[in-house]
Every structure is written in C-alpha cells, then in structure tokens.
Design a protein. Structure first.
Length: 638
C-alpha cells in the first residue's frame, strides 16, 4: 500500500480539524441536553443539582467573588460531575419550565453537598439569590477547547525547541537525544522500575514510562521526579484529570517535596488543601495587608463621591500597592516550590505566565487528548510521559472524529514512532497470578510477571481466582402453545432513557446473589476483621445506579456498606479491591456488544482485583467476539 507522507504540520492541522469536529459534537450534545433532557435525568446523571440553597457570597483570597451553593433533596448519593475549573450556569424552575440566568460561573471547589463557585463581578448573583426553586448545572466548557486550539496553533507555527519536539514526535527518522552516564542504583525499586528512572534521567527530549496495572507506575514516577529535582530546580507535573493531579501531588508531598498545586483538589481535606496555591497564598504573612487594601478599593468604588478629584489618585496608589504585594507573594510561593502541579488545561493559568521549566511530567498521559498535552509542552524543553495506552482512553463524543484518529494520544504516537524511549514496567504487585495472566497475554505480550508475594494470594483455600457466571444458562423458555417459539429469556438487556444506556435487571439481582453466597463462604467475622473490600463494576451507568439501589435495600449487605463500592469502569480508574464483580449487561440475539468492544475498559475492570474476579454476562452474546471468547475459555480452563 502506498502511503502519502504527511509532514508534522499537516498532521497537526488534521488534529485541529478533528478537534473542531469534537467541539461541534459536544456543543450540540450540550444544546440538546439542555433543551430536551428532563431535569430529573440531568440530576441523575450528576450534571445538575436541584433544588439548591444559596449560601453566603464573599471575596476569596484570589479576589474572586464567590458564592456557596448547598445541595438539597435526597439525591446526594448520586456521584456528580462538578469539580474545580468547570463552568456552570444557574436556572430557576417554574412548573416544568426552566429559566436560565445569563451568566456563567466557575466551580472553585466541591465538598460533599457544598460547592463554592466564582461568579463574574456584577449584580447577577443578587438575582439568583432572590429567585425561587434554583438549580445549577454544568455548562459547555468553551475555555478548555479554546486553550487546546491555541496550543495546536502555537505548535503548528513553532520554531525553536517546541518546533523541534513537534518534529521529533512526528518523524520516525529523527533520533531522540540522550545523555550517557552510568546507571544509578535504587535499592527499593525493581529492575524495570530502576531502568525506567535511569531512562528518564538520560532523556534529553522524551521518555515514556509504560505502567500496566499494579506495576507501581506512580512509585516509579515519584522517584524519577525526585531524582530530576537533584539536577533541576523546579519541574512541572500535569495530568488530564484533577483526581490524577491530586494523587501524584499527594505522593510527592509524602516524599517530602514542596508541591504547589494550581487549582483545587477533588477530595477536600486539610492535607490536600495545604499545598494548593489558594491556601498558601492566604497563609502568606503579607496577605492580611493585601486583603485590607482590596477591601478599601471595593469600599472606595462603592461609595465614590461625585467630583472627588482625589479618587483616581487614591485608586491608582492602592492598586499599585496591591499589585506589588501580589507579585511579592507569588514570587515567594513559586520560588520555594520544587514541583508545580496542575491539570493539562490548568497549565495555561495566568499564574504561570512567562514561566519556563526544564522538564514536564505528564501522568495518565494515555487518557489525554493530544491537543491538551501540547498546552504545557510549550513551557518546557523535555517531556516524560507516564501511563498505559492499554487502559482507559480519552473520552470522545464525536464518533466520526474518533474513527478519523482523534483518540490516538500523543503518548501512543511516540510509542509507535520512538519505541526506544519506552520502558515497560514488568513486575506487578496487586493481583493473583491467574487474574494477571490473561491481561498480560492479551495486552502486554506476556511480559508482565507477578511479584512472589502476590502470586498465590487468595481469600479462600483452593479458591478459583476468576469465575464467569453465564446468565444464558439460567434462561427458561416461556411455556407457549406454539412449538419452537423463540425463547423469551429473563436475562435480557433493556434500554433506559434515550442515551442513558442499558440495564439488565435480572443480572443485577444475580450479581447481589453471587456476592452474598461468596460472603457466606468467607464468613462475616473475617470480612469485617480483615476489611475485605469489594468493587462492583458495570460499564453502563444505568446498571450502576440500579445496582446501588439494590445494595441499599438488601438487608444482608447492611454491615458491609463501607466495604462495597459500585461504579463504572472509569470510576475505578487507578483503584484496587480484594474482590471485583463485573456485570456486563449485554444480552441479545444479534451478538451486539456496543462499547464493550473497547477492550481497554475490560482490561481496567479485571485488573482492579487483588484476589477474586466474578464476571456476570451472557456468554452466548459476548463470546462471538474473539476477546470475550478467549477470556471465557481461559476462565473455564482454570
């Protein structure tokens, strides 16, 4: 086949077009959702809170006007999608009709049922505070797209270092430069982890740490950052999601590194907040003076007298002093910090204006759109990616853009073009050997091994670590007078709402029964004493919510409530549990399995387990696909 060589610039222009398609698709989806989707559905999906109570409004330490919002009602067990930096809008309900307030606000932080949002400096907030039946919902995220487009344009035009990296990442013939020095030895890392850290230190341009499930990617990354800081004064650490940034920041802080986190964490506790920019800014000794000046400026504005000639002079003087203090506090905070941490999009913050770094570390790089990765790359001279392109991919709404290649991440591109820059971590510390073996064979060319201490871990003696409960075996054909009538199985998937996904109620019931019978084998005392934890996973949100309701109602699981979590595959990203149950939902005569065809999600689901995996699914539907056929046969043979 004759392929036309594209230049890096053409390839990036293609990326830009695909991103444009994704932007249009997401905007359209948002518009339809806002116009057509009922409020209850939005609340159930976690995209809206209603009703809410408006709390107090005040100026925060960053001089933004913020207002508190408290979620009312009984939907508080629904996991919502609000987090730092996301845009939101307010509405009030009269009957079935929503009236929108015409301004957007930005989430500053969320803690349980309380959210603080920054609002534009004007009278809008008074209207909302005075309105009845108010709610808040996520708004279309224009800013993130704008930032990504700007980054791509910058890279397309780039000369100098950025232009060099662009060409290197896209041109197979170019060679990635390295330093040469003797390998360093790290006694608490295994050989592939040690190898990865050395590769990072030797890389002049780029290195990739490829970490399959349970192989200690974070440990390796923290070590690599720690060692890099012996050679550089400060590094930039980014990830796609706030949660991933929190996770790596926390580990760095535990290692004794001074981290400055731009943006707010998803888990609001003192430890996490203590290294955020906002909290550090507030606790700076000069802050009280700055606060007093800002207050004076606001009072002056509010009570300006006509014909006050000195007003402008006073204002100028105060503003100058405020700016001077701000600069001084910032210089000190950024001067002391060894790691600046933010999301990829957050790295475009005005706080980092003009800052340059030697090295950028991108964690969970396989979950980020390429355009998002270029945002921080503009500030650095070399990039280290860490992640696993055999686990969760980036979320993409436009099917056309996905098919045309928007889903291919920058990390994958470099893995293809620059295999010499990749280190695969090969020793895993999480799973029983038999759980890991299937994943290692299918996804990692059989290269992953189990650490001796986990190889045979199990809960019960002679337990089989993986079982598949085939729901098609439970189906009884209904008695009808017509011989040979098609069977009407009990375990059939059904649709809920037009885009809310699929549900399989009988399979959900069976999931609870399976866990209950496994728990009875282990015994209550032992479960509670050893705190054996359980993850119940379904790829479909509707099934997850249905399962959550069932668990809540079932008396048997009352004592174990804190040990069981039910979520989608994405919700278990980066986590692990002793026991994992997976409800696959799909069951139909056509062998349709929808997005279960994205095998990376299945890889994530199975590899969350330390000792036991129970899969529930209709084998006759699923095993028409090679992967599920192979998985089913593998489990049957155990």
């Amino acid at each position: 086949m004759h392929t036309i060589m594209t230049t890096p610039i053409q390839a990036l222009q293609q990326q830009r077009l695909l991103l444009q398609m994704e932007y249009a698709a997401e905007k359209e989806a948002y518009r339809q959702q806002t116009e057509k989707m009922g409020l209850q559905r939005k609340v159930k999906r976690g995209d809206a809170w209603w009703p809410v109570r408006m709390g107090k409004s005040y100026y925060n330490s960053l001089n933004q006007l913020v207002v508190e919002i408290i979620r009312q009602g009984d939907d508080n067990e629904i996991e919502h999608n609000f987090e730092f930096g996301k845009p939101v809008c307010f509405f009030s309900m009269t009957g079935e009709k929503a009236r929108w307030f015409n301004f957007t606000a930005t989430v500053s932080y969320v803690d349980g049922d309380r959210m603080v949002v920054a609002v534009p400096d004007n009278g809008h907030i008074i209207d909302v505070q005075g309105a009845e039946n108010v709610g808040v919902q996520l708004f279309f995220d224009e800013t993130s797209y704008k930032t990504m487009f700007e980054a791509l344009d910058r890279v397309i035009r780039a000369k100098g270092r950025l232009g060099y990296l662009r060409d290197l990442f896209y041109t197979p013939a170019m060679k990635a430069e390295t330093f040469s020095f003797a390998a360093l030895h790290f006694p608490y890392l295994n050989p592939t982890q040690e190898d990865a850290v050395n590769k990072v230190l030797r890389a002049k341009d780029v290195a990739i740490v490829h970490g399959p499930p349970g192989t200690g990617k974070t440990t390796t990354l923290v070590e690599a950052i720690y060692e890099t800081l012996r050679r550089e004064n400060q590094v930039l650490v980014c990830a796609q999601s706030n949660m991933a940034v929190d996770w790596i920041s926390e580990k760095l802080v535990d290692r004794g590194i001074n981290v400055l986190r731009i943006g707010n964490p998803t888990r609001v506790n003192d430890k996490m907040l203590s290294f955020t920019y906002e909290r550090r800014f507030e606790s700076h000794p000069d802050y009280t003076e700055l606060w007093a000046i800002r207050k004076t400026i606001r009072d002056l504005r509010a009570h300006r007298k006509r014909g006050d000639e000195k007003y402008h002079q006073k204002m100028e003087r105060l503003k100058e002093r405020a700016t001077e203090l701000e600069l001084r506090i910032n210089a000190q905070l950024f001067g002391e910090a060894r790691v600046i941490a933010s999301t990829l999009v957050g790295s475009s913050s005005h706080l980092l204006e003009g800052q340059k770094f030697g090295t950028l570390f991108i964690d969970e790089a396989a979950q980020a759109l390429e355009a998002a990765c270029w945002i921080p790359i503009r500030r650095v001279s070399r990039v280290i990616f860490a992640g696993d392109h055999c686990q969760l991919p980036p979320t993409i709404k436009s099917f056309a853009a996905l098919k045309a290649g928007l889903g291919k991440t920058l990390m994958e591109r470099i893995v293809d073009n620059r295999p010499e820059t990749v280190t695969l971590l090969k020793m895993q510390y999480r799973m029983n050997e038999e759980i890991m073996r299937f994943s290692s064979d299918w996804f990692y060319g059989n290269q992953v091994e189990s650490a001796p201490e986990v190889k045979y871990r199990s809960i019960l003696d002679l337990d089989i670590p993986m079982t598949w409960i085939d729901t098609s075996e439970f189906d009884e054909p209904e008695k009808t007078d017509i011989p040979e009538s098609p069977r009407q199985p009990l375990f059939r998937e059904e649709f809920v709402g037009e885009s809310f996904g699929r549900i399989n109620k009988a399979e959900a019931e069976l999931t609870l029964l399976a866990l209950e019978s496994y728990f009875k084998k282990i015994g209550k005392e032992r479960i509670l004493e050893e705190r054996l934890d359980v993850g119940v996973i379904s790829p479909y949100r509707a099934q997850v919510q249905y399962l959550r309701r069932l668990f809540k109602k079932r008396e048997f699981f009352k004592p174990y409530r804190s040990l069981i979590s039910v979520n989608t595959v994405d919700g278990f990203q980066g986590q692990e549990r002793d026991i994992i149950l997976i409800s696959l939902v799909r069951s139909n005569n056509e062998g349709q399995i929808g997005f279960l065809r994205d095998l990376r999600r299945m890889n994530v689901a199975i590899t969350r387990a330390r000792m036991k995996v129970i899969i529930l699914g209709d084998a006759s539907t699923l095993t028409r696909h090679t992967f599920y056929k192979r998985l089913y046969d593998y489990i049957e043979a155990l």
